[in-house]
Design a protein around this ligand. Structure first.
Ligand SMILES: [Zn+2]
Length: 166
């Protein structure tokens, strides 16, 4: 586990993808109403695919900044709704197709203090990669009421360490 502050959401790629109903890997649309999973261990096709979150954030603790990939479960926890719910919400409001657009609800997780469950990959160990995968997340209770100014103060005054993993 590690306690970090999310510095910013990397709004480069799309925030969502179509996930396999069986293994949650990405699916490709073969033709209308037929999706095929890209996971070589699965490869199932299905008429349905789940809309799923996948984003990257820059997070930091007192000593260093790291990139953390957030999967569907993690973003769901932070945003408080499923990708499908969020998409319906913004499709009601937006004039442009929202596929590449990062919704405010996702950008708003910046400045949150979060505890991540981190999956340490071989790359983290072997080549000292600073790209981590979060498998779960817990929002700090106090962070919801913080403004960005007070976040800065807390960053200065709080002792916490990255690298305690479970
Ligand atoms: Zn699959």
């Amino acid at each position: 586990m590690c306690f970090v502050t999310i510095k910013r959401v990397e709004a480069g790629d799309s925030w969502r993808y179509y996930g396999c109903n069986f293994c949650h890997e990405e699916v490709h649309l073969l033709e209308e109403g037929r999706y095929k999973c890209v996971n070589p261990k699965c490869l199932k096709s299905s008429p349905y695919a789940e809309k799923s979150y996948r984003i990257m954030v820059l997070a930091h603790d007192k000593t260093k900044a790291v990139n953390v990939a957030l999967n569907d479960r993690v973003v769901k926890r932070l945003v408080g709704k499923t990708a499908t719910m969020l998409l319906e919400e913004i499709e009601d409001l937006a004039e442009t197709p929202p596929s590449k657009l990062f919704p405010r609800q996702i950008l708003d997780i910046a400045n949150e203090n979060v505890t991540f469950n981190i999956l340490i990959s071989d790359d983290n160990v072997l080549i000292n990669s600073t790209m981590y995968n979060a498998t779960d997340a817990y929002l700090s209770k106090k962070s919801k009421s913080l403004t960005s100014e007070t976040v800065e103060e807390i960053l200065e005054s709080t002792e916490f360490g990255f690298g305690e993993v479970s």
